[in-house]
Design a protein. Structure first.
Length: 194
């Protein structure tokens, strides 16, 4: 294999840029790109009355801030909930918090979605004929209670398994565990097992 020395000007002529415009070399391309960027930057600095009026009228929304503790596990991380007109609209890091110092895990970062979400179920639903129908709270509780009692009578208390999630609060997990004990079973599990 023999190596051949190639002049820089030869490689520029055969480069993809040179095939598009044979009069354009690397130096000319960089100069024109720099000029283009300079003109664009200078244009963005020119103040326009249209933009000035729009930015002068736009005021940031007034949000109430509440320092709070995440309830998704026992660590006790803190974040700042921002509320507008009684609705939790966003959350910010609480950098001074001694435990997490502004950082949050995925569950903590998604804490707002448990409270304010379009996908959140707000009332009991029942699948009837392949379609979901809204039912009353009394009907929902009565049907669930009857089914649970039927399972317990036929198969005993250990036929039911209680499975809860780390995406619930510590208090909810405690309540589920106590409910299982009252039911008469130790069949309780939790995804994180902490």
């Amino acid at each position: 294999m023999t190596l051949r020395r190639v002049r820089v000007s030869e490689t520029l002529r055969t480069s993809p840029v040179a095939t598009l415009n044979p009069l354009m070399d690397r130096r000319k391309f960089l100069k024109s790109a720099g000029v283009g960027l300079g003109v664009g930057a200078a244009g963005s600095l020119v103040s326009s009355p249209i933009f000035r009026e729009a930015s002068a009228k736009a005021e940031p929304p007034k949000l109430e801030q509440y320092k709070t503790i995440c309830t998704n596990c026992a660590v006790g991380c803190g974040f700042i909930a921002e509320v507008k007109d009684g609705v939790w609209v966003s959350q910010e890091p609480w950098f001074e918090h001694p435990i997490n110092q502004g950082s949050l895990c995925a569950k903590g970062a998604a804490a707002r979605s448990k409270v304010v979400s379009e996908k959140r179920l707000r009332y009991p639903m029942k699948l009837v004929g392949g379609k979901w129908q809204r039912i009353s709270w009394d009907q929902g509780m009565s049907e669930i209670t009857a089914k649970l009692q039927d399972v317990r009578k036929k198969h005993g208390p250990d036929a039911l398994h209680f499975n809860f999630s780390a995406h619930q609060s510590n208090e909810n997990g405690f309540a589920v565990r106590k409910w299982a004990a009252m039911w008469g079973t130790n069949n309780v599990d939790f995804q994180a097992r902490i």
